[in-house]
Design a protein around this ligand. Structure first.
Ligand code: SF4
Length: 105
């Protein structure tokens, strides 16, 4: 198989175009915070997103992509804060700062 041949019947987790198998297709609002989102709304939104991620066949590819590319938002069951704690900090981690400020107040 050629490295860039993604037309084979490989399992989803082996495909290069893993996004086509994403359970979150068409539901981006669940994965990115609205401006000035309240903490309670965020918790509800992320709980719904987590449920989708839990049944997603490309979760590991998604997680690696988000970590390696320092993505914003909720990916593969991980929020920015989760990735920050693992050493994959985004360039301007607003959510991390806000949550740390609440915890130290
Ligand atoms: S793991 Fe979650 S965020 Fe990633 S592609 Fe699947 S449903 Fe979307």
């Amino acid at each position: 198989m050629h490295l860039y041949d993604n037309t084979t019947a490989d399992a989803p987790e082996n495909r290069l175009n893993w996004r086509e198998f994403a359970r979150c297709k068409g539901q981006l609002k669940l994965f990115f915070a609205k401006r000035a989102e309240r903490p309670q709304a965020r918790e509800r939104r992320e709980a719904k997103a987590l449920a989708l991620c839990g049944e997603c066949p490309v979760r590991s590819q998604c997680r690696d992509h988000a970590r390696n590319n320092r993505e914003y938002g909720f990916w593969a069951g991980e929020a920015e804060e989760d990735r920050h704690l693992l050493g994959f900090t985004v360039s301007a981690p607003i959510g991390v700062r806000a949550r740390l400020a609440r915890e130290t107040a």
